[in-house]
Design a protein around this ligand. Sequence first.
Ligand code: IPE
Ligand code: IPE
Ligand code: MG
Length: 250
Amino acid sequence: MKSKEKTPANPPADGVLLASVPQHVAIIMDGNGRWAQARGLPRLAGHRAGTENLRRVIEACAEFGVRYLTIYAFSTENWGRPEDEVSGLMNLFDDVFDRELAELHRQGARLIHIGRLDGVRPKMVAKIRKGEEHTRDNKRLTLCVAFNYGGRDEIVCAIQKMLTEGVQPEDVTDELVSQYLFTAGIPDPDLVIRTSGEMRTSNFLIWQSAYAEWVFPEVFWPDFGREELLKALKEYARRERRFGLVPTTG
Ligand code: IPE
Ligand code: IPE
Ligand code: MG
């Protein structure tokens, strides 16, 4: 069940004490293309800059006491982009994987993939599986990478699986559906951040974010660093989550 309680204050990190820290932060890493365009660079240069940003955001999340971080890396709709951008992105993911896995492990992060793996290069699938296996006992932070992920696709998969397994209509509950999603076992996000000023879900965690708090920083993803994250966490700490109930008094 969703708890109305907020996570208690975290120990001060670098002099920062937050009143409450989201257990799960999810990020729509948007604006790479515009970041590049603003500099007269090809879109792929923006994607590259975006991946370079990841390491510090992961580290900052762990530092502030966030336990789960989900990042939207590639949507089921992104396959419709020009072929050279899609293949450039796939090559980039390949490189990032090779380069960052050891660092992720060193940071004490557990890697989990969410999304569909059919249609993904077999070499890439093997790497993802190996990465998950390699980091599975890490406890400091769980990093969920939404790659070839779509919220509707996830719900379609869940329904198909339930029907295949003969789940009876009267047994279908909110909790059961959650267990059939790619995110089974992962708590719902408390805070969703979408960079670049765009304000829409774009098919990201549409079931899980039902009661998440949302923030929309104006900066493009490659410019979203520790300070920007801290601003978003402070904004979260000021929010009152109600879950459909009445405001708490006093
Ligand atoms: C997000 O940046 C990264 C992916 C979707 C892979 P965009 O590529 O969407 O950047 P903009 O929105 O065009 O600036
Ligand atoms: C969402 O961003 C997908 C990722 C960040 C991976 P998009 O840039 O694809 O979303 P739209 O097209 O602007 O809605
Ligand atoms: Mg975009």
